[in-house]
Design a protein around this ligand. Sequence first.
Ligand SMILES: NC(=O)c1ccc[n+]([C@@H]2O[C@H](COP(=O)([O-])OP(=O)(O)OC[C@H]3O[C@@H](n4cnc5c(N)ncnc54)[C@H](OP(=O)(O)O)[C@@H]3O)[C@@H](O)[C@H]2O)c1
Length: 299
Amino acid sequence: MAIQHTVAVLGPGGTGGLLAALLSRSGHRVVCLAQDRTADTLRRTGITVRSKQFGEFTAPVEADTELREPVDACLITVKHTALGAALTRIPPAALGDALVVPLLNGVEHPAALRARYRPDRVAPAVIRVESTRLAPGLIEHGSPFTEVDLAGDAVPRDRLDALAATLTAAGTSARTVGDETAALWAKMAFLAPFALLTTRYGLPLGEARTRHRDELRALVAETAAVSRACGAPVDPAGALARYDTFPPTTKSSMQRDAEAGRPLELDAIGGALLRAAERHGVPAPVTARLVRELRDAGH
Ligand SMILES: NC(=O)c1ccc[n+]([C@@H]2O[C@H](COP(=O)([O-])OP(=O)(O)OC[C@H]3O[C@@H](n4cnc5c(N)ncnc54)[C@H](OP(=O)(O)O)[C@@H]3O)[C@@H](O)[C@H]2O)c1
């Protein structure tokens, strides 16, 4: 029989709730770390997932407001805007030897986590999925795929491989990738132009990519130049071509957050990109303008 692991999930929302439910369903002990009311709900109802990939199912989870015991891994699945407050739920001393696995978009959070927790246990991951928290304990998983790339240059490879195997056995496609910088910047290079353009103009991808083609091209070129300066391989032509393969109605999650009046991960995406550009002396005027216009609009 497969080994049962104990996995904590900080912020059981769209991504975290889906992974928590999948891990529980495949026989692992899952402890969700959440705000008081959400923890209460999860203890009573478990997590229900409605998924194009996995069907509909409900899985029981434990829930607490704080980590109080050592675990094998702790997935960090809050948004950037909540990261500082949420991390107070994970006292470094409680973690033991656990892997700390942030699945946030962005490139700056791994350093913050390494300053707080054991640097050789922080394993940043990239997740490709579309999953939404409709209510506490109710997750709608819209994409027919759930892909996780696990990285962490200083983390023992066997620990990453073991977690990838656990996540894969639970239903995702998870793998260990060698280069953390490449993994995080590959996601950033795709996400930043798409998120900034669609949110700035309030248009779905189809209209944004045709009506604002020159800006999209410039954003892709700027993001690629910054990525390259940070040491990541880049493929701007490939990125541009990829946007054209998405259905015209596609919206970015930043745009959906803006429409719902939620705080945006603007600083973690656009802000971080501009800080990296400045550090490396790479010009990024179109990115800077869009970020400024979004901030001026109150985001
Ligand atoms: N969703 C996707 O499809 C997707 C895909 C790729 C990458 N990502 C990235 O993954 C990250 C998480 O996004 P998400 O969409 O999963 O976010 P989300 O659905 O908003 O979930 C975040 C969860 O964090 C919880 N939370 C907020 N403040 C907290 C605190 N102080 N303590 C404990 N929990 C707290 C919320 O709890 P409540 O339920 O109590 O409000 C919520 O359940 C983001 O960086 C996003 O860019 C998301």
